[in-house]
Design a protein around this ligand. Structure first.
Ligand code: NAI
Ligand code: HPV
Length: 387
């Protein structure tokens, strides 16, 4: 029975793919795998039993990814599974930051009890809540991955002129991008031209505080900034100052902090980007399938710290899964270990990602026990198991 620990609520419809051989609970003590959404794992001790962590979602900044690689723990995420949910809320964010809908609704509530006067008061008071349309305005999208592409395309269809910036644009993302999107070659092109700027990059040491005083100084007057990516991308002091000075017209964030909540011009949403039933199910389903295929077959799909490896099982063979360092001359001692035991390798797959590599070897079932101790003793091997 495989043991799966959950650190957040994971949609049951997704978990159903695991089947009867899996025990899933938040109380599991020695898990084979962990399923997580946004819970921070940085201070958590990683049990020796743990082989995989699946983030049912996109951002992995809540997981100690490098520490996991060093311990031979494969970290997965679910690229694109919640992108549509975030896109829809970003579009809503642009609209509510423009049309002043939230303060207007609050004001309308104050008219409760005014009887027949309400109609007249509405018509008199509404001029305080005028706000611009988004059509024909310019939107800058920073980060054109799963979410950025959907936001950019949706904004084009709403009549906006869209600038996109992503120096690491993937071929798949490029295929999905509307040809009407203007290719911004620098961030300053976005800052100087755009009325709305939306962030869709991961939080990394490179992107931390990318929206700071200097960036804001080069933006247009009355720019509206949307942050549905991570709080740490924005220097909140700089944004609050720019809101006070009326340089920035609105800051919409999905990552409220004590500093920004309730401040004039801030629309703070409690991290609802991916909170739709559709997205929660998509993410849970993808995370569960990836974990199942890894635990049962050793295949890796959508890992952020190890390479993708997918090899069909060879009938009559056992599979040795080896997580190791990406060093020269590592593979030959492994294959030697098997030939010294007097067996052939029926099939193998080996791939590297930065400093780490993953190799799976299908060999006749009788050979496994003899070969593994030899392979385990190779210095570069971090973890080895047999399926
Ligand atoms: N508010 C919410 O509930 C959610 C927030 N997110 C956040 O949004 C981020 C993006 O999500 P996805 O689009 O699904 O990820 P993704 O990995 O598909 O796209 C990220 C894109 O950012 C680009 N990028 C990386 N560094 C960059 C840089 N310095 N400048 C410009 N582009 C850069 C990459 O090339 C990639 O195309 C996640 O990392 C996560 O932090 C994701 C899902 C839900
Ligand atoms: O997928 C992401 O990066 C998210 O931010 C979504 O977070 P959540 O799963 O809703 O806690």
């Amino acid at each position: 029975m495989y043991q799966i620990k959950t650190l957040n609520k994971i949609a049951p419809a997704g978990l159903n793919v695991l089947g009867a051989d899996y025990h899933v609970a938040d109380t599991v003590e020695n898990p084979d795998a962990i399923l997580v959404r946004s819970a921070s794992m940085h201070d958590m001790e990683l049990p020796a039993s743990l082989k995989a962590i699946a983030r049912a979602g996109a951002g992995v900044n809540n997981i100690p990814v490098d520490k996991c690689a060093e311990a031979g723990i494969v970290v997965f995420n679910t690229p694109g599974a919640n992108a549509n949910a975030v896109k829809e809320l970003v579009i809503a964010g642009m609209l509510i930051s423009s049309r002043r809908v939230i303060p207007a609704i609050e004001w309308a509530k104050t008219l409760s009890g005014k009887g027949d006067e309400v109609g007249k008061l509405v018509e008199k008071g509404k001029s305080a809540f005028v706000g611009p349309e988004i059509s024909h305005k310019r939107l800058g999208v920073i980060g054109l991955g799963a979410i950025g592409v959907l936001v950019a395309n949706a904004a084009v269809s709403l009549g906006m002129e869209v600038y996109g910036y992503d120096p690491y644009l993937s071929v798949d993302a490029a295929w999905g991008l509307s040809s009407e999107i203007i290719h911004a070659k620098s961030l300053s092109e976005i800052y100087q031209n755009c009325d709305y700027i939306t962030l869709h990059v991961p939080l990394t040491p490179d992107t931390k505080n990318c929206i700071n005083a200097e960036a804001i100084a080069s933006m247009k007057q009355d720019v509206r900034i949307l942050n549905f990516a991570r709080g740490g991308l924005v220097d909140e002091d700089a944004v609050l100052k720019a809101l006070e000075e009326k340089k920035v017209a609105a800051y919409v964030t999905d990552f409220p902090s004590d500093k920004v909540i309730g401040k004039e011009g801030v629309i703070a949403i409690p991290h609802l980007g991916a909170s739709t039933p559709e997205s929660e199910e998509n993410c849970a389903y993808m995370a569960a399938r990836q974990v199942k295929d890894f635990l049962e077959n050793g295949n890796i799909k959508n890992s952020v710290n190890f390479p993708n490896v997918d090899m069909p099982r060879t009938p009559g063979c056992c599979r040795i899964c080896i997580i190791h360092r990406n060093l020269p001359k590592v593979l030959s001692p492994m294959t030697d270990a098997i030939s010294q035991a007097g067996f052939n390798i029926e099939n193998m797959h080996s791939k590297s990602k930065k400093d780490y590599a993953y190799t799976i070897l299908d060999i006749s079932a009788a050979a496994c026990d003899k070969a593994i101790e030899n392979i385990r003793s190779i210095d570069a091997v971090i973890r080895l198991w047999v399926i």
